[in-house]
Design a protein. Structure first.
Lengths: 207, 196, 211
């Protein structure tokens, strides 16, 4: 809990401009832009869209597409989804141990690991080996990180720090505590300003 | 004490903290304005006396009444402003036509304000997308699919969808409809979104 | 919908009030013990215990915060304001010893708000009051946070009852974050729902019919 690097600071300010937190479904929407590998069972030429080109699609040949398209094709049984490398029991177990051992937040495999886990496991669990174990592991990692986040929020307040380092936190994680943390910091700021009588405005204008 | 009526108005709004609109308290407002008039007249009289008869001992009371005038003013402004915030929210929750029991609770000026807000919102939405128009009250959450399954919670009568087909929205009937056509009816509690 | 379209004017918190905030108006309606330092002619009827025409000098009475603030002047004192007892040294010691045991709702419910407002009146104790407010908030923060983040299915009413109005707002924003995440996790986030405003109206209409 010391410095705040510039890009993250900017990010926080942009977030602070919103009155309330994002809805998790909006965060999920952003996650759907992440790329995932699929193996299509149809052929189609390249499609040119504003958000980027898709395809070409050839039966049996792996191709990278955004998650929203992968899920749509999967629902229509047009493809098989190849889970991302990190969505693997052994790798996630390692990550869980590291997360539990370290005091700071460890790097996550994807900025949207929580959303991708939910989306892929809900719609393509037949393409993902040991789906249930993966679900539990990711939830464990999430819980450990949220407990850490709460712990650091408390020490942030009790030690009256002015900066916080948010390295390695994901959007979904920040979003769940965002409204609460901003409101709390705002209250603390006001109560701290009380300590400086110099900041007092001379006139009592409120009736 | 002065300004008791004013705080009553504020409490009335605070009791409905979810944003419901209580009936416009015309009588309460009139009483506050009457009190303000009386305060103002007493102050005028005392100010004149203080000037002509050099009665500076009257000043503390003049100041007290003046504070009360400003307090009443603040409460009335806050009352009217908070009501406008609630009325603006109605446009987003109910759509552009309000049910009679809600409209009943608005003053004539508030009804007028609502219709002007409605108009400026509509002309803003028409101007979007290079003149093509965009309904920004739709898709408040990112849509997952174009069509959704809905169940009717009450009889709503006939309902026309994009392709011109007319369907009958009868209580407990289920339909598969374009999402954008249903969103408002779901918000109004006519339809229920069925998630499988 | 979870996202409410109605967002009331937030309270100012601290020394400055927000002019249009309903919360701040109610806070400034809190009564303070004061002592008049001059005669208020022709306002005797405001003081219930006396039947004189004027409010005499040195009368002890209670005035709302807004009026005390409006009349208060450092140079020409027309009244002096006494510190409510929760902000006096005796209570300050209790608060700083263990801020978690006190029932701030009963003491307040505007403990922080009113305390900050008291700093408008000159007093040698002001720095200590400001410090006590801050330390109480910090000391209670963990409890406020944990109860708002953990207790999804637990009964928190006993704990919430003891929160100051400011802490209640924090509690609610903590619960909002948690609840919306949990409903997303359960897959309910994409479901369209009726407006809570509409539902509330219906409830009230039903209540009207029944009474």
């Amino acid at each position: 809990m010391t410095s705040l690097s510039t890009p993250r600071c900017f990010w926080l300010v942009r977030f602070a401009a919103r009155e309330t937190a994002m809805d998790p479904s909006e965060v999920e929407f952003l996650a759907e832009k992440q790329l995932v590998k699929i193996i299509p069972n149809f052929s189609l030429d390249k499609i040119y869209l504003i958000g980027g080109d898709l395809g070409p699609f050839n039966p049996g040949l792996p191709v990278e597409v955004p998650v929203w398209l992968a899920l749509n094709l999967k629902q229509r049984q047009k493809c098989r989804i190849i889970p991302p490398d990190w969505m693997d029991v052994e790798k996630l177990e390692e990550m869980r141990e590291l997360e539990r051992k370290e005091d700071a937040f460890t790097p996550v495999p994807s900025p949207h690991y929580m959303e991708l886990t939910k989306l892929l496991l809900n719609h393509a669990s037949d393409n993902i080996p040991k789906a249930d174990e993966i679900r539990t592991l990711v939830k464990d990692i999430w819980d450990t990180r949220i407990a850490k986040l709460r712990l650091s929020a408390d020490s942030f307040i009790s030690q009256q720090e002015a900066h916080a380092q948010l390295d390695n936190l994901t959007l979904m994680e920040i979003n769940t505590v965002r409204e609460f943390l901003l409101d709390s910091l705002n209250c603390m700021y006001k109560l701290r300003s009380n300590l400086q009588p110099g900041s007092r405005k001379g006139q009592l204008t409120d009736y | 004490m002065f300004c008791e009526k004013a705080i009553e108005l504020i409490r009335e709004l605070q009791r409905n903290s979810e944003g419901q609109l209580p009936a416009f308290n015309e009588d309460g407002l009139r009483q506050i304005l009457q009190e303000m008039e009386a305060l103002y007249e007493q102050n005028q009289a005392d100010v004149n006396k203080a000037k002509s008869a050099a009665r500076s001992d009257l000043i503390p009371s003049i100041k007290l009444r003046h504070c009360c005038l400003l307090r009443n003013q603040r409460c009335i402004m806050a009352y009217l402003y908070d009501r406008l915030l609630r009325i603006r929210a109605l446009r987003w929750e109910y759509g552009s036509v309000l049910p009679a029991n809600v409209r009943f609770h608005m003053s004539a000026e508030e009804v007028q304000w609502f219709s002007q807000y409605k108009k400026s919102l509509a002309s803003f939405m028409r101007s979007l997308g290079g003149g093509a128009g965009l309904d920004i009250t739709q898709d408040m959450k990112p849509p997952k699919s174009l069509y959704i399954q809905v169940r009717c919670l009450k009889d709503h009568g006939e309902f026309e969808i994009d392709d011109g087909t007319v369907i009958l929205l009868k209580k407990n009937s289920q339909h598969f409809l374009p999402r954008w056509k249903c969103e408002q009816l779901i918000r109004q509690g006519v339809l229920e979104h069925v998630v499988s | 919908m979870d996202t409410q379209s109605y967002c009331p004017v937030p309270p100012g918190v601290g020394m400055e009030e927000n002019f249009l905030s309903l919360d701040d108006i109610l806070l400034s309606h809190e009564r303070l013990p004061v002592r008049t330092e001059c005669v208020f002619p022709r306002l005797g009827f405001l003081e219930k215990s006396s039947d004189t025409q004027d409010i005499p000098e040195a009368t002890k009475m209670e005035l709302p915060l807004w009026l005390s603030k409006g009349l208060y002047e450092r140079k020409r004192k027309v009244l002096s304001v006494e510190l409510p007892k929760v902000y006096r040294e005796g209570w300050r010691t209790v608060f700083t010893a263990d801020p978690n045991v006190v029932d701030l709702h009963k003491m307040g419910p505007y403990y922080y708000g009113l305390g900050s407002q008291m700093l408008h009146f000159d007093s040698p104790e002001n720095p200590d009051i400001a410090q006590a407010l801050l330390q109480t908030f910090i000391g209670r923060f963990r409890r406020t946070m944990d109860s708002s983040q953990n207790a999804y299915n637990e009964d928190t009413s006993a704990l919430v009852e003891r929160l100051d109005s400011l802490e209640k707002v924090l509690f609610r924003s903590g619960q909002n974050g948690l609840n919306s995440f949990q409903s997303w996790e359960k897959g309910q986030a994409s479901q369209l729902t009726a407006s809570s405003l509409v539902l509330n109206y219906r409830k009230r209409k039903l209540a009207d019919v029944q009474t």
